[in-house]
Design a protein around this ligand. Structure first.
Ligand SMILES: NC(=O)c1ccc[n+]([C@@H]2O[C@H](COP(=O)([O-])OP(=O)(O)OC[C@H]3O[C@@H](n4cnc5c(N)ncnc54)[C@H](OP(=O)(O)O)[C@@H]3O)[C@@H](O)[C@H]2O)c1
Length: 327
């Protein structure tokens, strides 16, 4: 198999974690990096032995040898940078949140489909085989029987990170953290709840610091979500049904899935494959497969789902009165 060459756009915190993983993947290469800063590009390029080191994003987008550009910058910049790369005929994998609103996300997807170029959201959870196992157990095999509710929380103490609090960078807990539990619920229960109730608390900058969301589905099924950028939480998801409940530990990249009876007895436990590197590998394997098969969206996270998630986040922000300065 030939080597699949990744170009990194925005060599920051997540780009390093992802590149640590790419460096351990067979037939993948951290081929090029682009930063607005020559020093940052060089430091990253040397660390990951990149063949090409660029100090403009345009130069990376024009590189004829890159197979996929991974966009890892703040949410505010994904739109502009994705359009740049797609217009240069480059497939892209874009970090979550895919963009800052539904309108720009729609334009990005429309351009990828018009040019028939791969474009995917790097929402790593969705590519994790444990997610597919979970859906199979719950929806296909109906282990819990009829589902009743989901409770899921996710919190990190990231209040000191500017990207999270600055409205100019499309900050806020929802786009950074809340989209994981929201995406978890819509993945399992469907992206069209009957109603969403919600409330948020804000940072002094005006963007959301934490939120509670209740998603109501037909037949009384409901989901309770809590997300915060103020402090750490257990990051566990509970799915309740008529035959007991399932607990998903570290639900965004599960460390285990446990099935308990209605009497609270542990009945079964599934853990990740021993071959898993970090969990970041799956989105790149999926992107490569899609590109090689000539598809412009990932099988695990279709464009329609990215758009549905963006639309929910638009409506939530509208309810809270949060609008980014550039919208
Ligand atoms: N999947 C996950 O587990 C995960 C985890 C963390 C973050 N993320 C996502 O990854 C993306 C990047 O997050 P990060 O924490 O890695 O970001 P970061 O380290 O703060 O920044 C990454 C890069 O973005 C550019 N950048 C930073 N601040 C900027 C600004 N004020 N204006 C313009 N560009 C700026 C810089 O690129 P230059 O070097 O070119 O200037 C920087 O190298 C976000 O979408 C985030 O939600 C995902």
């Amino acid at each position: 198999m030939s080597t699949f060459k990744i170009g990194i756009l925005g060599p920051g915190s997540i780009a390093c974690k992802v590149s640590d993983t790419l460096a351990q993947m067979k037939d993948f290469q951290v081929y090029a990096v682009a930063s607005r800063s020559k020093e940052r590009a060089k430091a990253f390029g040397n660390r990951y032995h990149c063949e090409k080191i660029y100090d403009t994003y345009e130069a990376l987008a024009s590189d004829q040898d890159v197979d996929l550009i991974y966009i890892a910058t703040p949410h505010s910049h994904h739109y502009e940078q994705t359009m740049l790369c797609l217009n240069a005929d480059k497939p892209c994998l874009v970090e979550k949140a895919f963009s800052y609103n539904r309108k720009t996300a729609g334009e990005m997807i429309a351009l990828s489909e018009q040019k028939h170029l791969f474009l995917g959201e790097a929402c790593w959870s969705r590519y994790n085989p444990m997610y597919h196992m979970l859906k199979d157990i719950l929806i296909e095999k109906r282990l819990l029987g009829r589902l009743h509710s989901i409770t899921v929380s996710m919190g990190y103490d990231v209040k000191g990170i500017e990207r999270l609090t600055n409205p100019e960078l499309a900050g806020g807990a929802l786009l950074d953290i809340g989209l994981y539990p929201l995406g978890f619920v819509t993945y399992l229960l469907g992206s069209q709840p009957v109603r969403i109730l919600s409330s948020c608390a804000r940072f002094e900058t005006g963007v959301d610091a934490q939120e509670t969301m209740i998603l109501l589905y037909p037949d009384g099924i409901n989901a309770h979500i809590f997300a915060t950028a103020l402090y750490g939480t257990e990051r566990t998801a509970y799915i309740y049904g008529e035959n007991g409940f399932i607990k998903v530990n570290e639900f965004s990249c599960p460390t285990s899935i446990e099935y308990y009876s209605n009497a609270n007895e542990l009945m079964n436990r599934i853990v990740p494959s021993a071959k898993q590197i970090s969990g970041y590998e799956y989105e790149f394997l999926s992107a490569r497969t899609a590109i090689e098969q000539g598809r412009c969206e990932p099988k695990e996270m279709p464009h329609a789902e990215t758009l549905a998630l963006m639309e929910h986040m638009d409506k939530l922000r509208a309810n809270w009165g949060i609008r980014y300065p550039f919208e």
